[in-house]
Design a binder for this molecule. Sequence first.
Ligand code: AMP
Ligand code: ZN
Length: 469
Amino acid sequence: MKLFNTLTRRKEEFVPLEEGKVRMYVCGPTVYNLIHIGNARPMIVFDTVRRYMEYKGYEVNYVSNFTDVDDKIIKKAIEEGVGAEEVSNRYIEECRKDMAGMNVKPATTHPQATQEIEGMIEMIQTLIDKGYAYAVADGTVYFRVKKFKEYGKLSHKNLDDLQSGFRALKVSGEDQKEDPLDFVLWKPKKEGEPSWPSPWCDGRPGWHIECSVMSKKYLGEEIDIHAGGEDLVFPHHENEIAQSECCNGKIFAKYWMHNAFLNIDNRKMSKSLGNFFTVREISEQYDLQVLRFFMLNAHYRSPLNFSAELMESSKNALERIVEAAARLKDRKEAAKAEKLTEAEKALLTEAGGYVVKFEEAMDDDFNTADALAAVFELVKFANTNVTEESSGEFAAGLFDLLVKLCDVLGLIVEKKEEILDKDIEDLISERQAARKAKNFARADEIRDELLAKGIELKDTREGVKWKRV
Ligand code: AMP
Ligand code: ZN
């Protein structure tokens, strides 16, 4: 399996740090609004990477954070006259719903920045002790960029060029910095903002430190893959590398993967430009499986332009797969003969060729567009070769192949079975018991499992309420 590593700018063979295991961290959204479909691109792309790794037999520890302390969240909270926590919790819940709709698996852990402040203070202190960071008079702590000789290795930027660019940009209010390149690790609180005590001042962490800390806590000092959208390469990921490698004295991540932008009229879709569609808006018009298909029909490193025409053609294409699956299912149930004939055996072997094609495409830096092409070849093959005379075993064999490949891409081609009320109640009881036992991971898992089945839970004073969404 080869993947493109931003660090070396080459496709490299994937060799895990520990045999059979993958440790992967994906930078998650800042939760101050409903996510837009640009934010959905890394979610879908890296969920597919994870699914393919699992298909290949790896055990994947997948961590993705929610940034729940940030200027934009605070601004929104002030506008609404509520606490920052209320805003972030609301949008975390909404984000989980969107993820479930797009069939993005919940991460092994979804840490939240505000729950990890202690670890951040610890890492900042280590950086100060090692001479990589310093506190100034007002309690702000900065990272001493020039002390890390490898700074710029991910974004392939040279310190001198950065230096001259920054000199021109030097802004007032930051004159306490030793060097314009230095970035913030901890900043003093402002009136009305959430803050935490620290050895330097009451305040809050800078953005970059949270990922270094959460990655270390949940995955260890060295990880296999760190990923996110390409706008994160500089400065976010560059700064994460500086913090983690100076603190731990180890290479932070072996492979760095970045998805290209989702554009609209060839400009990046973003909140600040106002040219976005939320996932929720799209879900009113389309099944979110169509959005997933649309994303996967392009290579993740190619810019992708959003358009109504492409969504329509994605919808039609996906329908072709769903119809083929439904027909195979009917055939396997209505078949006159059970057992495979010799000719069918040979045909099934031939169909295995599409699986090989699919895997070759995915092994080549997750070329999901080519992988989908292999799925369509299988669809065509099934449509041509399965007739009323076919055996049940033959139809079932092709059905299983099709479902297996679509599942790797996270595409649901079979209608979901309705979950019964009793099963919901049982899971809710199990979740309550897990919470009592302080097994919050299991409790969250159950909530996500139910959400994936379209059941939303609400904790109220009278107990847990649920509804189908
Ligand atoms: P943010 O909430 O802005 O920090 O973004 C969360 C994730 O979405 C990051 O990995 C971003 O790189 C990614 N992202 C934001 N906008 C886009 C876009 N238009 N296309 C692709 N990825 C994006
Ligand atoms: Zn990050």
